[in-house]
Design a protein around this ligand. Sequence first.
Ligand code: ZN
Length: 480
Amino acid sequence: MKYQPVIGLEVHVQLKTDTKIFCGCSTQFGAEPNSQTCPVCLGLPGALPVLNKKVVEFAIKAGLSTNCSITPRSIFARKNYFYPDLPKGYQISQFENPICQHGWLDIKVEGDDLKRIGITRIHMEEDAGKLVHGDVSGLDDGSGVDLNRACTPLLEVVSEPDLRSSDEAVLYLKKLHQIVTWLGICDGNMEEGSFRCDANVSVMPVGSSTLGTRAEIKNVNSFKFVKQAIEYEIQRQIDLIEDGDTVVQETRLFDPNSCTTRSMRSKEEAHDYRYFPDPDLVPLVIGDEWIELVRSELPESPELRRQRFVTAMGLSEYDAEVLTASKPIAEYFEAGVGAHGNAKLVANWVMGEITRGLNDSGTTIETCPVAPSQLAELLKLIDSGTISGKIAKTVFDEMWRSGKAPHTIVEEQGLVQVSDSGAIESIIDEIIHANAGQVEEFRGGKEKVFGFFVGQVMRASKGKANPTVVNELLLRKLKG
Ligand SMILES: [Zn+2]
């Protein structure tokens, strides 16, 4: 029997606000434990939450960018459960009437076909604190509670169970990641947990319309782990069914070391949380004016920018896709085009040398040591024939290392291209003189030897000879 996996994702997006969702404490990552807390996020009796307007604005941005409708009157609810990192004994979340509903995203599946993935809802909620185990306050084997993260604003983006493979799940996740980072509402840092997901996975026989029992894999925080966790889980469930066992509804944890999932607890149902409207917070009413104001502030979407790169700049679909992978890359590219003019040439360098440099040094485009204006200056030196394309790569490496301007490097290292035919001729004469055997071969019809001569001349000129002039002169002399 063949099985069809059915996957839905719940993604937690940590919002990049300066302060928490219901108090004025800082959201900065990595501070001393419990240094960013107050009576509200410590959950002290009598403390009252006040909603951060920025969080609502960010949620509307996310909703509009994922084709959701914005709920005119949404409410906050208490989700009751006890955990040591949740001092109030409940989490403030949204249950009925979440802020965004009924959206969708298109992902590009095999053969460039688009597949529409439904987004059930996006709701706002506060994060819990963090438990720290091990060396805590001088105890080797202690446990501590750090509430710096308590009350940090989150959006939970819940998809419909429309995903049918681990690859589709990763495509959807990457698309959502691109959108929230592009909007500037999330830093997207998966290692620090700013973007993490729970995957609901079940399998059913192909052709069936009855969903199987699902397991939820909690808190997976990399694209690779999501793929591995889902694949393991699909196989585990198929094995269970084939062996005549049943899949139980439960919450599971993914272990990246063994690439397996293991049971954490039996899965709660919504009624286990005894949701009810939070009496401390008034309903959130969002008028059309506010929605339109936020809409007017949205940046050009990755999709529209990609299309513009194709239609207005003449890039290929592939290049446009790569150059809109993130907003900083797109901005870098456009700044380079603004300073140089030739979009295709700038695209080649950004996708080639710049990307290679970033990968090798483990830096990001935001901290790229070569500014777009400097890259443009380098390309202009090639345009004017001052340096060859080959030497340009040497200059580029030096720009990357030293931060110096390209013309300074060219002057300092004497890299100006030699196009003067007299100078090149005398090098060629020497080479021809020293390699009589190869000259014979060439004249005897072995044309491949030509490459040897070009190499020798380029080496003798330390790469500075203009290749076009070298080719021309060499051919004339050898044939002569
Ligand atoms: Zn606080």
